[in-house]
Design a protein around this ligand. Structure first.
Ligand code: DX5
Ligand code: ZN
Length: 233
């Protein structure tokens, strides 16, 4: 297992990744989007989490590849694009071309999951598989080794500002155990209702990428809030 600068060894021999913070812009001030992205970058976030909703997979419609392309010119953050769309396979090339560094597609969407993950990787970026709260961890097991990341939704997809669903912690733990069993160290992202109270349990369960929107953007001191999430214990 190669050791990146964000990795350290743990006793069992599998590298443990440092916590990364993905700032979700869904509940930021979308009328000042460019400034909000800069604010997240200045605050020390690692990723920018971009929620793409098509009005079918979930009721709201948010932003598409053209908006991401504009933001790409303004930011060096890793663009973490979360596709909540019914037909992700068709649109992944547009979102890759717009500047996404990671694209996650939903297990519940209407696509050939393995084919879509491969398509994303063939475009030279990382591929994530997202699981809505009702989807069991086992659904993701066949894609361990293919997906670069698993995105565990800890709220129902569609809206920011919801409360963390504690039952999703078991899914994070099951996924972490399953990837470790295979000698891998796949990223596990948790998305929804993350704040300084919920982050520690998500990290304990095995998440290493924490997505937070409302908590970070509503914080009077975003840099402090990012730091607190990064060191949750
Ligand atoms: C919900 C989105 C989340 C959401 C997180 O469908 O996928 O990324 O924006 O926002 P908070 O942190 O407000 O729960
Ligand atoms: Zn999201």
């Amino acid at each position: 297992m190669p050791r990146g600068k964000f990795q350290k060894r743990e006793k069992g021999g599998i590298a443990v990744k440092m916590i990364k913070i993905s700032a979700s812009i869904l509940n930021s001030d979308l009328a000042a989007l460019g400034e909000e992205v800069n604010r997240a970058e200045q605050a020390g976030a690692d990723f920018l989490h971009i929620d793409v909703m098509d009005g079918i997979f979930v009721p709201p419609m948010t932003m598409g590849d053209i908006v991401i392309r504009s933001l790409r010119k303004k930011s060096f953050l890793t663009f973490d694009t979360h596709l909540m769309v019914i037909e992700p396979e068709r649109v992944v090339p547009f979102f890759a071309a717009a500047g996404s560094d990671i694209i996650s597609v939903h297990a519940e969407s209407d696509c050939d999951i393995a084919g879509t993950l491969k398509k994303i990787k063939d475009l030279g970026i990382k591929a994530g598989l997202a699981l809505s709260p009702e989807t069991d961890a086992e659904e993701a097991f066949p894609f361990i080794g293919l997906a670069d990341m698993f995105l565990v939704m800890s709220v129902e997809p569609g809206y920011g500002g919801q409360s963390f669903i504690p039952e999703t912690l078991g899914k994070i733990a099951a996924l972490r155990a399953a990837v470790r069993e295979r000698g891998l160290n796949t990223d596990i992202q948790v998305d929804g209702g993350i704040n300084e109270k919920t982050a520690p349990s998500a990290v304990k369960a095995g998440a290493n990428i924490l997505t937070a929107g409302t908590h970070l953007f509503a914080s009077p001191d975003m840099a402090k809030a990012v730091d607190e999430l990064r060191k949750p214990f």
